[in-house]
Design a binder for this molecule. Structure first.
Ligand code: SF4
Length: 286
C-alpha cells in the first residue's frame, strides 16, 4: 500500500532526543542510516508521531529506543516482539515498530518472530542484520554466512544461516523486503509502505559492523561494506525470497519480495468475538 506518501517534510531532528547524543555507535556502523530511513519514513507515510511506538530489544540496534523522541521501549533480550504484541493488541490505533538486531530478533527472539508472522499481528519489524553480536564482542549470529569469521568462529562459521526474508515469508508475513544501508531511498520507501500495511511486515536491513564483523571478514571500514553492497546487490522486486540466501561476500538479493493481503490477528479476534456474541444472544433467546 503506497497511498498518501509525503516526500516533502524530510527533517528528522524533531524525532531525536538531542540530549542523548552523541550516540554510542562505532564509526562506519550502519544502524544510524537505518534509523534515519525509519524516521524519514514516518513523515513519508504521513503518520502522526504520537501514534508511533518504537520497541527495541538488546544490542547495538536496541539502543535506538533511547535516541528517539517518540513513545519508545527498550525491552529485554529477544522480547521486543511480545512487548510490541501487547501494545498493538491493547491500542490498535498505534503504529507499532520493532527496531532491533539479528541476534536479538532471530536467535533468542526467533520463536516470537515466526509466531507473530504466522498470526499476522499488525506491526513492522525492522531487523538491522550485521551477521554478529556486535555489542558483546562479535559472536556468531544466526544470519552469519557459512565460513564467516567471528570471535566464536575464528576458523569460519560451520552453521547454515537463516535467510530472513524467506523465514518471514514462510511464516506468514504480509510484507517482506530487504535492502542494504546503501539503498537509503528504497529503504525509506519500504519502511513507509510497511508501516501503512496492515498485518506483519518485516524488513531485513543488511548493515556493516566494521570494527568487529567487518574487520574479521575483509571489510574493516564502513566504506568497504558500502562498496560490497554496491557491487554485489541485485535488485529484484517480486523475487522469490527462497533465493535470498547470502553467501560470504556473495551476491545480496534486495527488493520487495512479499506484499499480500491476509486477515490480521486483530481482525480475526474481532470476527470470533462477534460470532461468539451472536451465539450467546441466540442461546439466551432459546
Ligand atoms: Fe555498530 Fe558493530 Fe559498533 Fe555495534 S559493534 S555499534 S553493530 S559497528
Amino acid at each position: 500500500m503506497t497511498a498518501n506518501l509525503n516526500v516533502e517534510n524530510q527533517s528528522i531532528e524533531k524525532y531525536l532526543r538531542q540530549d542523548r547524543l552523541p550516540h554510542i555507535w562505532c564509526s562506519g556502523c550502519g544502524i544510524g542510516i537505518a534509523l534515519d530511513a525509519f524516521l524519514r519514513a514516518i513523515d513519508r507515510a504521513n503518520i502522526a508521531p504520537d501514534k508511533v511506538a518504537v520497541v527495541s530489544g538488546i544490542g547495538c540496534a536496541g539502543r535506538v529506543a533511547g535516541y528517539v523522541k517518540l513513545d519508545s521501549f527498550h525491552t529485554t533480550h529477544g522480547r521486543a516482539i511480545p512487548f510490541a504484541t501487547g501494545l498493538t493488541l491493547g491500542n490498535p490505533e498505534l503504529n507499532v515498530v520493532v527496531f532491533s538486531g539479528d541476534g536479538d530478533l532471530v536467535a533468542i527472539g526467533g520463536n516470537h518472530l515466526i509466531h507473530a508472522a504466522r498470526r499476522n499481528i499488525d506491526m513492522t519489524v525492522i531487523c538491522v542484520n550485521n551477521f554478529n553480536y556486535g555489542m558483546t564482542g562479535g559472536q556468531v549470529g544466526p544470519t552469519a554466512p557459512l565460513e564467516a569469521r567471528t570471535s566464536t568462529t575464528p576458523y569460519g562459521n560451520s552453521e547454515p544461516p537463516f535467510n530472513l526474508p524467506y523465514l518471514a515469508s514462510a511464516s506468514g508475513a504480509s510484507y517482506v523486503a530487504r535492502w542494504t544501508v546503501l539503498h537509503v531511498r528504497e529503504l525509506e520507501r519500504a519502511i513507509s509502505e510497511a508501516m501503512i500495511k496492515p498485518g506483519f511486515s518485516f524488513i531485513d536491513v543488511i548493515s556493516p559492523c566494521p570494527p568487529i564483523y567487518g574487520r574479521m571478514n575483509k571489510q574493516p571500514r564502513g566504506l568497504d561494506s558500502m562498496h560490497y553492497y554496491q557491487e554485489k546487490s541485485i535488485s529484484r522486486n517480486g523475487a522469490n525470497p527462497e533465493e535470498a540466501d547470502i553467501e560470504l561476500n556473495g551476491p545480496i538479493l534486495v527488493g520487495k519480495f512479499v506484499d499480500i493481503e491476509r486477515p490480521t490477528l486483530q481482525e480475526r479476534l474481532l470476527q470470533v468475538s462477534a460470532t461468539a456474541q451472536e451465539k450467546i444472544k441466540a442461546q439466551a433467546k432459546a
